[in-house]
Design a protein around this ligand. Sequence first.
Ligand code: ADP
Length: 624
Amino acid sequence: MSQRTQHPIAQIVGTYARPYASRFSAGIFLQLLARIPQRVPALVIGVAVDALLIGSAAYTLPLVPDAWIPTGQTAQFWFTVGLLALAVSLRGGLDWLSALLTFGATVDTIHDVRIATYDAVLGLEMGYFDDTGSGSVMSVLNNDVNNLRNLSGALTRAIMFGGQVVVAYAFMLLLNWQLALAVGLFPVVLAGGGRIYSRLLEQRYTRVREQVGSVNDRLGDAIDGISTVKAFTKEAHESRRLAAHSREYLKANWSTVRLRVGFDGFSWSLSNLTHAGLLLFGGFWVLNGPPLFFTRELTAGTLFTFLMYTKSFLAPVRAMSTDVIDAYENGHASAKRVYDTLTETRTVDADDGPDIAVTDGHVAYEDVTFSYTGDGETISGVSFDARPGELVGVVGSTGAGKSTLLKLLFRFYDPDSGTIRIDGRAIQSHSIRSVRDAIGFVSQDPFLFDGTVRENVAYAEPGADHERIVRAAKLAGAHEFITDLDAGYDTEVGERGVLLSGGQRQRIAIARAILHDPDILVFDEATSHVDNETEIRIKESFDSLAADHTTFVIAHRLSTVRDADRILVLDDGELVEEGTHEGLLDRDGIYADLWRVQVGEFDAVSESFVADGGARESGREVGR
Ligand code: ADP
């Protein structure tokens, strides 16, 4: 926890830039070193003006022994040219090498941050993804991580400009410390303004980064649901919705632009006033001798050097207070988001207990209650016992809590009260990874990854041999259609498996779960996308699987779970009935009504069932 209170930039730099510290330091050192030759031309030209053009002073250079300086005008002229060429090349070479080192180290650092953030996101729990849209997650991984480049740019430029200012000022003090002190007022005034500016800018950039996430959420939603958008011809509607979010983003951007332009104007005026003041004041000094309380001599050549130095002194001070603060705050807002993601505590490993040892797959729920939001229970006081090797059907209307009930078994969420046990051990006290490892899962909307059929079946065990893959596919009723595909098991399924039908995807996902061979299997509406023939095949595989697995099947089609050893009937989060198909029909409760709807005996459905909204509008679905 204490880590979260530290400065995000310090944390990120301390952790991820440290391995490249030697390259960063060498780059920064060369950067600072280059500032010395950068100041030489103005000095040399000033001296040459006085000595060679006006002839008002001898050719002397600070810190250079007179013995090194040639005598005679022509020799001094060429000496000047040589010095200029040397200074310019030295500066260019040092800057080039420094850029190579710092940019290279930055790119490496950003790569490491991206991988670390990606790993952190993958380790996060479902609750995080419920609260954070996928677009926002993507914007952190993409935009914000890349935006850290701004930060590195700002920091390296701050060091460069800082060096430039210090060196220029040192040269100015050397030339005429009295005039240098007068010019030194400028950065003091600017720094005061810069502080206020920086604070205002930080708030605005935080808002900009949030809006980038929100636009990405909207975009992701529309693209993920593109077939629905097209089917309902809702392109214009989606476009309007995106435009609304984009306008918020634009507003946030505008507010930073206005602030930036305003401050830029302020610093520009201040810089020009300083320059004009120096010209007037210095000109007066050269012509009439030292004014006011000043005592030192000022020659035309020195004034010229001074004016050039002031320029190279004012420019970086201005750049620091505008560009650098801007890039820093921009990068700072991103660094905060990256850091928050890196330090998000809702991780799979957050409350890691010892690994659970599953031997039989005996599942017991004891008075389990759970709510997603804190108000209104999604699961209320559910207790049941699923013995090893049982096939357990979970039925109920849409929204009754069937999926939620089994999400608790995976520890996607933990119950608010009550206990879930596997083989007598409370899963809450065991590591999430080991609990999940004991359970195979096929979701309502199975997800296939871009790759071959083989890779998708062997997702949990990439090294599985061909025989095992084929056996799993046969059990899932998938082998036949797979062998009919162009390249059989080596057929590419496309992103998210788009090249296959819903039923085919589902069967591959079932094969994937079977190959993993855990003690417990959970099928969430696994037969919802398949035709009747495949359903029968899958049902048969449930029966054969159930011999050595405890198998949960969430089903809308009651026929899928007709032969189950135990059927749990959920209504509004409560377990209202439990038994076998026959037993439940005899009981003549909700299950019997659901069954009658399914087999088309609408007249026989009880009035209370209809009054209850067809067990909450489920008629349509159970009748599928
Ligand atoms: P079923 O599988 O029976 O259709 P679910 O378990 O999916 O029902 O949902 C039960 C209730 O919980 C529904 O009212 C649903 O809106 C709500 N719910 C499901 N998932 C979430 C979630 N991630 N956050 C908040 N509420 C949810």
